[in-house]
Design a protein around this ligand. Sequence first.
Ligand code: B12
Ligand code: SF4
Length: 316
Amino acid sequence: MPLWPNTWTPGSVEDRVHRFAVEAGFDAVGFAEAGPVDPETSENYRVWLDQGYQAGMDYMERRVEERLDPRNILPSARSIIVVLSNYYRDNPSQELNRGKVARYAGGRDYHRVVGNQLRSLKRRIEEQFPNSENWYSVDAGPILERYWAQKSGVGFNGKNTLLINTRMGSWVFIGVMLTSLELKASGAHTDHCGTCTRCLDACPTDAFPQPGVLDSNKCISYWTIEHRGDFEEDTGGNLNGWLFGCDDCQTVCPWNRHAKQTTHADYEARPPFRSPDIKAISRMTREEWDEATRGTAIRRATYEGLIRNAEALRET
Ligand code: B12
Ligand code: SF4
């Protein structure tokens, strides 16, 4: 049962693409007109880089012209299709000596799950519209996914910088497809944080210099996933129990109170990441790590990174 209603005129291009997206397994879909991001976002992106908020993620400094105008990726693009995939599932209880793994990561890697769904959506569109040109990406492409998600009406960007869908909350992955098809835009979503600041207050490391702006240098998610090399001496004490990723700025969000259990079995956490034993993880051999993380997003941290995270937690 899709979580997103199809209100397009039956038989229209938009109605058909919407149906294809739902049939591919997506929980929400919206359309935006392809073009440059607005001047304020463009300026803000450059300011973010100037401040060094990308920390060690050098790739955020590359392909900036593509990030700021997706037509630099696919020149024939007329529209952007944005899809969401709900990954919410109850987290196992956190026990003593157990590390926490972000909800998005313990199951099958979403790059594969959403990537496969996008591939089948692309195939379907190209069967029906053989002259169309289409390009898709999930996470890794040089495109501001959350910006386009808000533009296409599937949610709004909260003060924690994450895309919040009013039915599913923020426990959603975003996928984007650039297409030469001309699709009527769904209409941008308005902001709905109001005066709430729970996410900003809950962040254990004070990583938001202002609402809607994240300094990755201070973010546990960055440290435990993207940071390479050793931690600073006091980092372990600041991890707040997180072995991989961090969900603290989402758990407190009132929009997540009504999150619905995912229907995608792929997102179910696998042992040993259901309730990870940090002592056992810190002793994993490379072969054991390879076996345990195969096909999961946890591989992103690398073997050295995961062991470093577990050791840092053990020391606290
Ligand atoms: C780099 C990255 C990270 C980095 C940086 C995160 C960030 N907030 O930018 C790190 C490693 C920290 C990270 C962490 C996480 N990530 Co991440 N990440 C990305 C990635 C690849 C790029 C994001 C990006 O472009 N950031 C750059 C900054 C500049 O973008 P921005 O926040 O939109 O910046 C705006 C503001 O800073 C603002 N701004 C700047 N200055 C100013 C000044 C003023 C005055 C104002 C008003 C605004 C303003 O304007 C900027 C431009 O729009 C996206 C995928 C993609 N391609 O988009 C996934 C993505 C955002 N991540 C995702 C996830 C799931 C996470 C985590 C939840 C994982 C976890 N549980 O550990 C955490 C959440 C942490 C958080 N609160 O953001 C999902 C989010 C889904 C959703 N519902 O939104 C995405 C979309 C991947 C996906 N395809 O599903 N991530
Ligand atoms: S993911 Fe954790 S450390 Fe990063 S901004 Fe959110 S609450 Fe703060």
